[in-house]
Write a protein that binds this ligand. Structure first.
Ligand code: KG4
Ligand code: ZN
Length: 364
């Protein structure tokens, strides 16, 4: 079946067309119009500006997605849109566009939870034989969420741990602001941290040989707590105190790079430690990564090394980086699996009338 996905929950206007059959998903087009430049002036996303941009871009982006996939609107079998969580002015643009297309084109439609989309980015795979095995443990790390989600089967979610304050991506963005690295902070910090390789780093933080004169040690919040929750707000404050201690280094690029490296490693240590602890308890067959922070190369690599070392029988699955950050192919993919589950229900659940934007939508 051919599915058109639409995503406008934050600062990316996205539309994608996928072709899905027997559990295999091919992306025919994946168009993302980013508003990063617009919002970077303000150091973060301004909801009403985002809505205005979405309104301007949504139809051109959908048109481009159809064109790039070489399909017409009448070829679309199913429509999917992010209904939440997210910024309500932004969500409304995607939701209303999808409802209008569904109504006018008589195309069945469904709403998708943004985090469900991120998780299902892992299911974008052309061949069914490389099937992901359940139970699955997914580390979701985005700008608004940090969660460990346990799935016993498709579309069944149990949140076994989550952040008690800031999300991991939010911490990256706030620390980048403290260091004067602009918005979004994740890619900027990751790039700087790469310039500062550390050798013989042993997880978690046992032996570090730094190639810099700056010896910076940041906390690993809640790393030893006996639950699977996270906290990143104190880590951000620790970066603030660290920089305040050395005002003379505020413009020293090597120092800023060293702070980026230590901050990124602190986040990675906590994420990996909690994921491994949860995996030891719940014994998933597969561990997945999802969300914007899962584009972080060091996190991807280090988690792989530690899973191989600690849980050699557990599979490790990560999305292509273009499907880690916000996109609509992941929304269309989640919709495909929902369609499979709900298509035989007596009363059709796929009506535009049932789609509502909800800023605080719960994953269920
Ligand atoms: O999932 P996403 O695109 O949007 C939300 O659903 O929030 O995630 C955006 C977050 C931002 O906080 C951004 O700084 C972070 O993901 N991010 C990264 C990287 N790329 C994006 N964080 C760390 N390393 C990256 N390479
Ligand atoms: Zn996202």
């Amino acid at each position: 079946m051919i599915i058109l996905g639409i995503e406008t929950s934050c600062d990316e206007t996205a539309a994608a067309v996928i072709s899905a059959k027997n559990g295999a998903v091919s992306v025919l087009s994946n168009i993302v119009s980013s508003q990063v430049k617009l919002h970077s002036k303000w150091g973060g996303v301004v909801p009403n500006l985002a809505a205005r941009e979405h309104l301007k871009n949504i139809l051109p982006v959908i048109e481009e997605a159809l064109k790039a996939a070489d399909v017409k609107l009448r070829d679309i079998d199913f429509l999917a849109v992010t209904a939440g969580p997210g910024l309500i002015p932004a969500l409304l643009i995607g939701v209303n566009s999808a409802k209008t297309l569904s109504y006018a084109g008589k195309i069945p439609a469904i709403s998708i939870h943004h985090i469900e989309g991120h998780i299902y980015a892992n299911f974008i795979r052309k061949k069914q034989k490389s099937k992901i095995e359940f139970p699955l443990l997914c580390l979701v790390v985005s700008g608004g969420h940090t969660e460990l989600v346990l799935m016993k089967s498709h579309l069944k979610y149990k949140i076994i741990g989550e952040t008690v304050d800031d999300a991991a991506g939010e911490a990256f963005d706030k620390v980048a602001r403290i260091l004067g690295l602009g918005y979004p902070g994740g890619p900027a910090i990751a790039k700087r941290a790469m310039e500062f390789p550390i050798s013989n780093y042993k997880f978690p933080n046992k032996l570090k040989i730094r190639k810099s004169k700056f010896e910076i040690f940041l906390p690993r919040p809640m790393i030893n707590s006996n639950n699977f929750n996270f906290s990143f707000s104190g880590l951000k404050t620790a970066v603030l105190y660290e920089t305040k201690k050395h005002p003379q280094l505020a413009k020293n690029q090597k120092y800023i790079t060293a702070v980026c490296q230590e901050f990124q490693q602190a986040v990675i240590d906590v994420l990996i430690c909690k994921t491994l602890a949860a995996a030891k308890k719940y014994k998933p067959k597969t561990i997945c990564l999802a969300g914007g922070v899962s584009a972080n190369n060091e996190l991807r690599k280090q988690l792989e090394v530690e899973i191989k070392r600690n849980l050699p029988n557990t599979k490790y699955q990560i999305p292509d980086t273009k499907y880690s950050i916000d996109n609509a192919a992941m929304i269309a993919t989640a919709a495909y699996f929902r369609y499979q589950k709900e298509k035989n229900k007596k009363e059709s659940p796929f009506s535009w009338k049932k789609i509502q934007a909800d800023a605080n939508l719960i994953l269920s």
